[in-house]
Design a protein around this ligand. Structure first.
Ligand code: 1CP
Length: 345
């Protein structure tokens, strides 16, 4: 398909090496803002796309071909390995993952089987192998982080305040720890299988962990994240840790064995570095800015890039995912603009 020379700019940035320009990719770069994706979704359910390697590889490649980004991210959901471990999950249109029978007790934990990737989700490795033949940019594999996965499992679906999740954590600390351990084991197995199949970097999505205070993070969550990232470190593949609203956690994150920290717009790149964070950084445009007039958008992006490129190890991205109202042409123009600006400045 593509026969271009391999573009490793993104991997170099993950490793804090010198780059010819700042690499770009966008969280949720495959999805409902694309007409092609919406057309494919008319024919298949979310998990049908996910479980069909040809279609899944095509959906993963679309944003690379359309936007000119420097990395692809495997098309799947954070709930994909949860479903494959035996928990019933549905992706409800306009809402997100829904669990009909939420996890609320130690007995509920027995509903998880062990994850055997070749048996339970062979389509993931197959999609990755196809993509490695087709892509000329690195392929990012991913998994959800235990807190964020637990939030769906305990609440039963998307939440605004995570009261049930945090209440569970405080009221049943032993069950909480058992759930964290179980999810960590599954995610380590899942990420390892993606890396063995050919994923060249991995991102761990902890989208909602910003809801937890720093002391609680340290007590209830950090040991699990330490375990996950130290296991990934052994593979030699770079890892990215993403969360939103996590400015108060970044000093703790800097101690974890992750390579890149992905931050959102609630803190600037200069402020992150001023905290003493010395890992590579990814971010942090507010995705709402994609609806702003072009002049305003690129003035804001220029300010982010001027901070980001002061040190090696910076990847331009959004602070959170693209949403359906975004115009793909804006993303294409933005990608070209970031490349051109950082090549010549
Ligand atoms: O290009 C890509 O990024 C697509 C692959 C991808 C990824 C990395 C999808 C497809 N989901 C995810 C991760 C994911 N899923 C996260 C972490 C990233 C983030 O914070 O945005 C989270 C929290 C989920 C859970 C989820 N799945 C939601 C959010 C619900 C909430 O709590 O607000 C939704 C809407 C889904 C469904 C889903 N997953 C992916 C797509 C394209 C969709 C849209 C639904 C569809 O097509 O039916």
């Amino acid at each position: 398909m593509e026969n271009k020379p391999f573009n490793d700019t993104f991997l170099k940035a993950c490793r804090k090496e010198a780059v010819p320009y700042i690499p770009v990719w966008y969280m949720r770069q495959a999805g409902r803002y694309q007409k092609e994706y919406r057309d494919i979704r008319k024919k298949y359910s979310f998990f049908e796309i996910n479980e069909n390697p040809e279609v899944c590889a095509k959906v993963t490649r679309l944003p690379v071909e359309q936007l000119g980004v420097d990395a692809a991210i495997l098309f799947a959901d954070i709930m994909t390995p949860i479903k494959a471990s035996g928990i019933e999950v549905e992706i409800v249109e306009g809402k997100g993952p829904v669990i009909a029978n939420p996890i609320r007790s130690m007995t509920d934990l027995s509903r998880f089987g062990d994850l055997h990737p070749e048996r339970d989700l062979p389509y993931i490795a197959e999609t990755i192998r196809l993509l490695r033949e087709q892509l000329s940019v690195p392929l990012i594999g991913f998994a959800g982080a235990p807190f964020t996965l637990a939030s769906y499992l305990i609440e039963g679906g998307p939440s605004k305040d995570y009261h049930k999740t945090k209440g569970f954590m405080y009221a049943q600390p032993d069950v909480w720890q058992a759930l964290m351990d179980k999810l960590a084991d599954i995610m380590i197995t899942y990420l390892r299988s993606q890396i063995e199949a050919g994923a060249q970097a991995v991102q761990v999505f902890d989208s909602w962990v910003g809801a937890v205070g720093a002391d609680d993070y340290e007590q209830y969550i950090a040991p699990t994240m330490e375990k996950i990232f130290s296991e990934i470190k052994k593979t030699g593949v770079p890892s990215i840790y993403f969360g939103s609203g996590t400015a108060h956690l970044l000093k703790i994150w800097n101690q974890l064995p992750a390579d890149v920290l992905s931050v959102d717009w609630r803190i600037s790149i200069d402020e992150v570095r001023a905290l003493g964070v010395d890992k590579a950084l990814q971010g942090n445009l507010d995705p709402s800015m994609l609806l702003a007039p072009w002049e305003m958008l690129f003035t804001r992006v220029k300010a982010i890039l001027d901070q980001g490129k002061k040190q090696p190890g910076y990847i331009f991205n959004l602070g959170h995912g693209i949403f359906p109202e975004v115009d793909g042409n804006v993303l294409k123009k933005l990608t070209e603009w970031v490349h051109d600006y950082t090549k010549s400045n």
